[in-house]
Design a protein around this ligand. Structure first.
Ligand code: PGA
Length: 253
C-alpha cells in the first residue's frame, strides 16, 4: 500500500520561536499515524536541526529541506548539499517547487541533477511538477506535466523511482485560494500515474505516492485525499496554522 503523506511547506516564513511553537502545537495534537501514513515538515534550513530534536524520532514524522545543491560539496557559497542535510538528520528534500523553478530559474535538467544528488545520498526527493494558468486554460496541462516528469525523472532506474514522492501542484492554485476540484486533481494524478506506468510498469506506478498541492486546507483535505490517486498533500499557507494542519493530518486516508 502506498504512503499517504501530509507535507507542510512553510516556505520562507516564521522566526525561530514561531517555528518552535508551531511545531510544538502540531506535535501535541498529532494523531497516532498508521504504518502507511507520514507527516513531513518542509521548513527553512536554519530551523531543521532544532526541528529534528523537537520531533525526537516520532515514527513516520520527518523534516524536509526545501531545496539542495546538486553537488555534494565544493565552492558554492551559500548553498547546502544533500549529504549536509542528512548529517543533521534530514532525509527528505523538496525538489523543483514551482517557486524555485520561477524565481531561481531551476530548469528540468538542473532538477534531474538535484534528484540524482538526493537519491545518491539515500534521501527522499519530493519532486514537484505542475502547470501555470495559461497552460491549464489552453488545456495542455497533461503534456506539460508529462514533459516535466520525462525530463527530470525518466532517467531513473525503477529502484530509484520507487524512492521518489511526487507532488502535483498546479501553479494557479498555489497561494491563490483557488483549489483544483477533487475531480481535476484525480484526473491529472491518474494521468501522472499512467505516465509512470508507461515507462516503469503499473506495479511500480502503483507504489508511488502522488501528493496534491495548491490551497489545500482543512475544509477541502478530506475530499481531495479521498480521491483514489491523491495520496495526501503538500500544504503551504494552511500548514502555518496548527489547527488547520492538524485537521489536514487527520484527513489522511
Ligand atoms: P499553498 O501552497 O497551500 O499555500 O497553496 C502550496 C505549495 O506551494 O506547496
Amino acid at each position: 500500500m502506498r504512503k499517504q503523506i501530509a507535507a507542510a511547506n512553510w516556505k520562507m516564513n516564521l522566526n525561530q520561536q514561531e517555528a518552535k511553537d508551531l511545531l510544538t502545537n502540531i506535535l501535541d495534537k498529532l494523531p497516532k499515524l498508521t504504518d502507511n501514513q507520514q507527516v513531513v515538515f518542509s521548513i527553512p534550513a536554519i530551523y531543521l536541526s532544532n526541528a529534528v530534536q523537537q520531533i525526537g524520532g516520532i515514527s513516520n514524522v520527518f523534516v524536509a529541506a526545501q531545496n539542495c545543491h546538486q553537488n555534494s560539496n565544493g565552492a558554492f557559497t551559500g548553498e547546502i548539499s544533500a549529504p549536509m542535510y542528512s548529517s543533521v538528520g534530514v532525509n527528505h528534500i523538496v525538489i523543483g517547487h514551482s517557486e524555485r523553478r520561477e524565481y531561481f530559474a531551476e530548469s528540468d535538467v538542473l532538477l534531474a541533477e538535484k534528484v540524482n544528488a538526493v537519491l545518491a545520498n539515500n534521501s527522499t526527493p519530493i519532486f514537484c511538477c505542475g502547470e501555470p494558468l495559461a497552460i491549464r486554460e489552453a488545456g495542455t496541462q497533461n503534456a506539460f506535466v508529462e514533459t516535466q516528469l520525462i525530463n527530470s525523472l525518466f532517467h531513473l532506474t525503477p529502484e530509484q523511482l520507487l524512492k521518489v514522492v511526487i507532488a502535483y501542484e498546479p501553479i494557479w492554485a498555489i497561494g491563490t485560494g483557488k483549489t483544483a476540484s477533487s475531480a481535476q486533481a484525480q484526473e491529472i494524478h491518474a494521468f501522472i500515474r499512467s505516465v509512470l506506468a508507461t515507462k516503469y510498469g503499473a506495479d511500480i506506478a502503483d507504489q508511488i505516492s502522488i501528493l496534491y498541492g495548491g490551497s489545500v486546507k482543512a475544509a477541502n483535505a478530506v475530499e481531495l485525499f479521498s480521491q483514489p490517486d491523491v495520496d495526501g498533500g503538500l500544504v503551504g499557507g494552511a500548514s502555518l496554522i496548527a489547527t488547520e494542519f492538524t485537521a489536514i493530518i487527520n484527513a489522511l486516508q
